[in-house]
Ligand binder design. Structure first.
Ligand SMILES: Cc1cc2nc3c(=O)[nH]c(=O)nc-3n(C[C@H](O)[C@H](O)[C@H](O)COP(=O)(O)OP(=O)(O)OC[C@H]3O[C@@H](n4cnc5c(N)ncnc54)[C@H](O)[C@@H]3O)c2cc1C
Length: 394
């Protein structure tokens, strides 16, 4: 259930393991929701928990809205302030595992997705924040991630066309690419293994018999199965509640633009840490993403939502991007309070597995999450300890 990054990678590994697989999604295309035009960055070395990232203001502002789901999510998120080390450990464990699986998968399938393997820059606009960023990165360096501190001159040498940043942390091992292209290319490989995709097919109702999910009722009829995987991302609450597990997955809205370049653009993907804006070169276009709004499933965007993203890029690369021809988009990150996904079978139904809650790093965590889920469905021990990553019982 779900044809985003989580669903398609799971389908691939299940099919490889010899299962007969059907993927169901309400969208007419694979990777049409959160996995469509995301930031594209596989930031394996940046697995910091969100509780440390200053989101308290954004959450607190949203708590004024009449949204009981956000209140309980927000309170759970705020209560995690003392759990930084535990969340970081789970997140980095998954990110590392996932990047290794991604490399294997790309080598095996040859999927093309405008991949960039020249590292990722984490930019800072002033020296104090650069220094604080480098201190924060100490924990990642201690875990062996190859990070390099670049002052303004070092950054200029790496990215000559850039202006306006005081320096950067350069993560040589991080990478980037278009996750929708990846998903769609992998879906083709899945089809080659006999996987069927039922698209334009809304899942409405699970039908349980005793402790098993027997079938799902969809807009195109009933679909029966021996085992089901819920990879429905930021699904709406009524369906979530029917699935028998506690799934505090809140839709955190973000914005994206894919902008034609007027000439040579940036050579590296980057996150502007000072402005919380990411960009990623994708051929002769630049993907720009940012924004975190806690406003439920509200869709749509206005020029003002994209303005801070465009301003950030324009100040770094004046005149390089043609914003007048931007293709803009908004979407919701499926976010748990811990900002880490949850895997495993729920407490109620033995044949219903979850691969949900990938939040702001679902591209970086996708291949690992798919492999873990296929292993669990197949009754095998997953390749990493799932401490901190399991579906909860309460
Ligand atoms: C602006 C933005 C920038 C991001 N940047 C990055 C980044 O740089 N790096 C990174 O690692 N991650 C990034 N992410 C996060 C990443 O995109 C997500 O974590 C990831 O796409 C989640 O994948 P998913 O498969 O869980 O969800 P989705 O891709 O949303 O897939 C869920 C699928 O379930 C389907 N579905 C839901 N309900 C139903 C139903 N009732 N019936 C049928 N189908 C249903 C949906 O149509 C959808 O296709 C970003 C996200 C956003 C929004």
């Amino acid at each position: 259930m779900g044809a985003g990054l989580a669903g398609v990678t799971t389908a691939w590994y299940l099919a490889k393991d010899g299962h007969e697989v059907v993927v169901v999604d309400r969208e007419p295309q694979v990777a049409a929701a959160a996995s469509f035009a995301n930031g594209g960055i596989v930031a394996a070395s940046r697995g910091y928990p969100w509780p440390a990232e200053g989101l308290f203001g954004a959450i607190a502002a949203s708590l004024a809205r009449l949204d009981p789901e956000l209140w309980s999510w927000g309170l759970e998120h705020l209560a995690l302030r003392g759990s930084y080390a535990r969340i970081l450990d789970a997140k980095v464990r998954l990110l590392r595992y996932s990047q290794a699986r991604l490399h294997e998968l790309v080598a095996e399938t040859g999927v093309q997705y405008k991949r960039l393997t020249n590292g990722v820059l984490y930019l800072y606009r002033d020296e104090r924040s650069l220094e604080r960023g480098w201190q924060r990165a100490g924990v990642m360096r201690a875990m062996g991630f190859p990070l390099e501190l670049l002052d303004a001159a070092g950054l200029k040498a790496k990215e000559p066309g850039m202006a306006g940043a005081a320096g950067a942390i350069y993560a040589r091992g991080d990478e980037a690419g278009d996750s929708a292209l990846f998903c769609r290319a992998l879906a083709e490989k899945c089809r080659g293994l006999g996987v069927s995709f039922y698209l334009d097919c809304e899942i409405r109702e699970p039908v349980f018999v005793d402790v098993s999910l027997r079938e799902i009722v969809t807009s195109k009829g009933r679909i029966r199965g021996d085992a089901f995987v819920c990879a429905l991302g930021a699904m709406e609450r009524p369906l979530r509640e029917k699935l028998g597990a506690r799934l505090p997955v809140y839709p955190v809205k973000g914005y994206s633009a894919t902008v034609p370049l007027k000439g040579p653009g940036p050579a590296h993907a980057a996150i502007d840490e000072s402005r919380r804006v990411a960009y990623c070169p994708l051929g002769n276009e630049l993907r720009i993403t940012g924004g975190s709004q806690f406003i439920g499933h509200v869709r749509g965007h206005a020029p003002a939502d994209l303005r801070p993203l465009f301003d950030a890029v324009e100040s770094l690369f004046p005149g390089v991007a043609d914003f007048s021809r931007a293709r803009t988009w908004d979407c919701r990150r499926p976010m748990t309070p811990e900002t880490t996904p949850r895997f495993g079978a729920g407490p109620t139904y033995a044949n219903l597995w979850f691969n949900v809650g990938h939040g702001h790093m679902g591209w970086a965590m996708a291949a690992g999450g798919g492999r873990i889920t296929a292993d669990l469905v197949g009754g095998r021990a997953p390749g990493i300890d799932l401490e901190g990553l399991r579906i909860r019982r309460n």
